[in-house]
Each structure stands twice: as C-alpha cells, then as structure tokens.
Design a protein around this ligand. Structure first.
Ligand SMILES: Nc1ncnc2c1ncn2[C@@H]1O[C@H](COP(=O)(O)OP(=O)(O)OP(=O)(O)O)[C@@H](O)[C@H]1O
Length: 577
C-alpha cells in the first residue's frame, strides 16, 4: 500500500494546497451554524435588523470565499490524481516489461490488464476524492462535535455518545468489506480472462460451433462477479439505514432536551438550532462514510494487487559478473549437460542435453510435440536460465553477457507469429528501429515476402494487425522472419516458422538464409528441411536421443531412419498428387 502511495510524493505541493483549501471550506461550514445562531438570538429574537444585515453579509462573503476555495481544490485534486495515475500506470508498464518469462508465468495476462487499468483507476478515484471530500468528512465530524460542545456542552453530550458507537460500527464494515472487495477484483480478473480468450479465439469458437459453451462460461463468470458484488454492496448499503436511525434518534433527543433547557433558561433558541444544525451536518458527513468505506476497501484491495506487481523482482537480470559485458560475435552455441525445470514444476523438460553448434552452421531440431524443443530455444536468449548445466555462446557462459548485448545478437521467430498494429514496414523495422527502407526491402526479399507485400493495397505502407488487412498464416510467418533477419543476428532461432510454407517457397527461403553468416537453429517437422541442415538433434521427452548430420544419422540412427522413411513416403504421395 505504501509502495503505491509513494507515487504521490512528487505532488506534495499541489496536494498540500488542495488540502489547505479544503480546510478553508471546512472552516466556513463549521462557522455557519454559529453565525445563524447569532442571527437568531441577537437579530431575529431581538428584532435588530442591523445585526441581521451584519451577520447575513458575513455569511454571504464567507460562502463566496468557500466557493472559490472549492473550485480551486477541485482543479488541484484532478491534477494530482491524474498525474499520480499516469506515473503509477507507466511504472507498472515498465515493471511488466522487465519481467522474465517465469515472472509472466506467475500472473495471468488478464489479471495484469485489470491491475494496470481498473485497479489504477480505483486508486486514482480515491486520491481525487481524498483531496476533495474524504478527509473533510471525518474532520467535519470532529470539528462539528467540538463546535457543538463549545455552543452548549450539555446538549452536545448526546452527540459525543452516538458518534463513537457509529465509528466502531463503520470500522468493522471497513475490515469486512476489504476482504470482500479483493474477492470481487479476482472475479473481475476471471471475467476479463474469459472475455480476452473469446475475443482472441472468436474464429475457432465459431468454427467449432462452441458459442453456446462459451456463452455459458462467460455467464458463469459474470454471475459469480454479480453475486460477490451484491454481497459486498449489501453490507455497504446496510450501513446507511443504521447511520440515519442512530443520528435521527440523537436529533430527536437534542430537540427534546433542548426544549426543556430553553424553557428553564439553560439554553438559548439559537444554540439549540446550532446544535441541530451541527448534528445534521455530522449525519451527512457520516453518511458519506459508507461511500468512503466502499472506496477505501476497494482501494486497499486494488493497491495490494498493484503493489504485488511493483514489488515482484524480475527473476532474470544481469549478473554482477556480467559487467565485463562481452559481445556475441561468432554465434557458436554449446549446451553442456543442460537440465531444465519450469518454475514450480517437478518434472524436468530437458534432461542432460549436450551438443555444440559451430559458428555459421544450421542445426535442425526434431521431436514429438511436448518433447522440449521450444524450451531449448528459450534458453539461448536467456528467456529462462538452465536449472543445471551450462549454455555457452562464443565459448562464454550465457550469464556472462548483459541481457541487452545477448539478445541484440539473436533473431527469434516464435512458433506463433505476432504482428503489432501498424504498417508492414513498421512491423519489419520493429526488429531494428534505425533500419533504412533498403534494409526493410532486403529483409522482406530474403524472407520471401517482398512480392506479396508489393501486391498489398498500399505496399509496405499497408496497415496490418487490428483493423488492418488480414494476412495468411504463412505470410505472417514470413513477416516475422523478415523482422528477425533485419537485425542481421549472429544467432537465428526459427521455431517451426516455416510450417505454413510450401516446399518451393521454403526452399527459396533456406537458400536466402544460407547467405546470412549466422548460426541458425530451426525446429521443424519436415525431414526435407532437416536433411539440408549441418546437423540434426532429435529430442524425445526432454532427452537428446540422437545428433549428427543427415548422412550419419541415416546410417547410425534407427529413429531417424524411421522418420525419414515415413516422411519420404508422405512426400511422394504429395508429389504424386
Ligand atoms: N511456461 C511453462 N510452464 C510450465 N511448463 C511448460 C511451460 N511451457 C511449456 N511447458 C511444458 O514443457 C514441455 C515442453 O514444451 P515445449 O513447448 O518446449 O515442447 P515442444 O517440443 O516445443 O512442443 P511443440 O512441438 O508442441 O511446440 C511440455 O510438456 C509443456 O507442457
């Protein structure tokens, strides 16, 4: 919670000014019943028009002053709360950017979205309201009681008894409501999660005619959210009638005893009116408490969720020994007895894997689905660190490089092609922001996507991604490859990135890749692609079963021969068609 509110520090001055102006408004509000009492006792009851004019004029002047203070306070409160939310949101975004893959495994994407949007908005609203009314309400309760005691201590005793009872009751509501609001935010995460999955997978849902199932899943999640919200609102709503009952009973008691006091000469009429006036204002302030409590309970839950993100330490960072900061230049890669467990998992995904890929060579990785191919890839740019064993790049342990130096030299094309909203040109240049148009076109040509781009409505300036043209799976794959090639990396990682390409296009792509002096790793299911590589690694359930060049494996490996024969038959069938 403190971590979140430390973001208010740069706004100390305007926030302090806003609070001072709020105090001005409060002082005027507390003085008003006293002045009205004077007008009644010394003006109306004494039929003295001079006194009425004097106090009436003072009341008007003070009201105008309070109005100006209120407007300025509102202006400052908006400035502070908007600036605070901007800083908090930016900081959260930066933090998430610094997360390693294993950090990201800890948070659901939908939950991160809710935290950066909805939770920050809730806290921002509370900051605004705090500067506007939240502090004013408790101060009005305290100030009103003190003023009432000052006017007539005997009558004000009724208030002194009623208010603490109500405050204890409200504190109980605050405590119970906090836990409930956290549960509400978690349900909101769920609703957002289902919504996100549905929007991303709308096509497949329609193709599988599964809308009914998804609607039920969404209804279930929103129904759960509705139930949780209703429970917490019921608690909050219950506070209002209880508050009004206790305070109204107090006012009746003040009028009852006040009438007796006036007739016995113990109090003046104006004093009774002033105390009733203070009681009414205190009632209004306390009734505001139910709203304040709701906002605070919600804010407590939200700021805990935001703090969780801010306080998460990135699992992967530069090691202190990486200060020497070598650069990856050759791109040779060596795995020495590498074993890897995903965080929190007890089953190894890679088991004692060892191999060497010399500079400028191509290594194909084959294996059944789930055998650990993509995981092996992710250890090279240090998206995860090996649990046991070492990964060497250019003969140097991967941890010895600064992450920036390491990743700059690696072109990674993940299994799922991701395009960002923007033009084709932007998407390719995303891999190298200072790229020239020539660089972009060359990368596109090598990735065998140049001709396709030329045929798009606006060529390289065509917008892709959301609200842009839709590209086929193979076109997206080649655009992602161009994005990696433009960096002229020392190491190129292609995770099944040619799966959607026909053999002819793939052949041309491989030929173009041959002109790049990088060490290439490609995960592939196609034996034709693998056989053209310098060496082939065959993984099975995280174990490296075989490795070597095509000819050697044909001679020595039963598994490889089986894959070769089965696929060759498949390809002949394909050719016959
Ligand atoms: N982030 C993760 N957290 C925990 N386990 C994971 C994670 N990612 C993958 N795994 C598990 O690790 C194993 C290997 O996954 P990996 O993606 O490396 O396989 P793969 O050989 O690339 O499969 P495919 O060919 O289907 O892409 C699988 O059993 C998978 O469930």
């Amino acid at each position: 919670m403190n971590r979140v509110f430390s973001f208010l520090k740069p706004y100390r001055l305007p926030a302090g000014l806003a609070l001072t102006l709020m105090l001005v408004e409060l002082a005027v509000e507390l003085a008003q019943p006293l002045i009205i009492a004077r007008m009644i006792d010394d003006g109306i009851l004494q039929k003295d028009m001079g006194v009425i004019w004097l106090w009436g004029g003072a009341l008007l002047a003070m009201s105008i002053f309070a109005f100006a203070a209120g407007v300025t306070n509102s202006f400052l409160a908006s400035r502070v709360s908007q600036g605070f939310a901007y800083d908090l949101r930016s900081s959260l975004f930066k933090k998430v950017q610094s997360f390693s893959f294993s950090n990201l495994d800890e948070f659901l994407t939908s939950s991160l979205i809710t935290r950066v949007t909805n939770d920050v908005n809730t806290i921002q609203m509370t900051v605004f309201m705090s500067l506007r009314i939240m502090l004013r309400a408790p101060l009005l309760v305290i100030g009103g009681t003190v003023m009432a005691l000052f006017v007539n201590a005997k009558l004000a005793l009724i208030l002194v008894i009623a208010i603490p009872v109500l405050i204890f009751f409200l504190l109980w509501v605050l405590k119970t409501g906090g836990a409930m609001f956290r549960a509400v935010q978690e349900r909101l995460d769920k609703v957002n999660g289902v919504m996100k999955e549905n929007l991303a997978g709308m096509r497949i849902i329609k193709a599988f005619l599964n809308s009914g199932y998804e609607i039920r899943r969404f209804t279930g999640a929103t129904e759960d959210l509705r139930k949780r919200t209703t429970t917490v609102l019921r608690l909050i709503e219950m506070t209002m009638p209880i508050l009004y009952f206790v305070m109204n009973a107090g006012i009746i008691a003040i009028l009852w005893f006040g009438a007796g006091e006036v007739s016995s000469g113990g109090a003046k009429v104006g004093e009774v009116v002033a105390i009733v006036n203070y009681s009414l204002r205190i009632t209004a302030a306390i009734s505001m408490f139910s709203f304040i409590i709701m906002a605070f309970s919600r804010t407590r839950a939200s700021s805990q969720r935001v703090s969780e993100v801010l306080e998460t330490e990135p699992h992967l960072h530069d090691l202190s020994s990486a200060s020497r900061s070598p650069e990856v230049t050759d791109g040779s890669v060596e795995f020495q007895n590498v074993t890897f467990y995903y965080p929190g998992s007890e089953t190894p995904v890679l088991k004692g894997v060892s191999f060497t890929a010399d500079k400028g060579t191509t290594t194909a990785i084959m294996g059944a689905t789930g055998s650990g191919k993509s995981t092996l890839f992710q250890l090279i740019p240090r998206l995860y660190d090996a649990t046991e064993g070492e990964v060497f790049l250019d003969g140097e342990e991967a941890g010895q490089y600064r992450l920036q130096n390491l990743r700059e030299q690696i072109g990674y094309v993940p299994q799922e092609s991701i395009l960002f909203t923007g033009t084709v040109k932007d998407n390719i240049a995303w891999g190298k922001p200072d790229a020239t148009m020539e660089d972009i076109i060359q990368a596109a040509k090598d990735a065998q996507i140049h001709d396709t781009i030329e045929n798009l409505p606006k060529g390289y300036d065509t917008v892709v991604g959301q609200k842009g043209v839709n590209l086929s799976g193979g076109q997206k794959q080649r655009l992602s490859i161009a994005r990696a090639l433009i960096r002229k990396p020392a190491i190129l990682l292609l995770d099944d990135s040619t799966s959607a390409l026909d053999l002819k296009t793939e052949g041309k792509l491989m030929k173009a890749l041959g002109t790049y002096p990088c060490t290439t790793f490609l995960i592939t299911q196609k034996i034709s692609t693998a056989s053209a590589s310098d060496q082939i690694l065959i993984l099975d359930d995280g174990e490296l079963m075989e490795h070597g060049p095509h000819e050697e494996l044909l001679r020595t490996s039963d598994i490889y021969r089986r894959i070769w024969q089965s696929q060759m038959k498949g390809e002949r069938v394909h050719e016959a068609l």
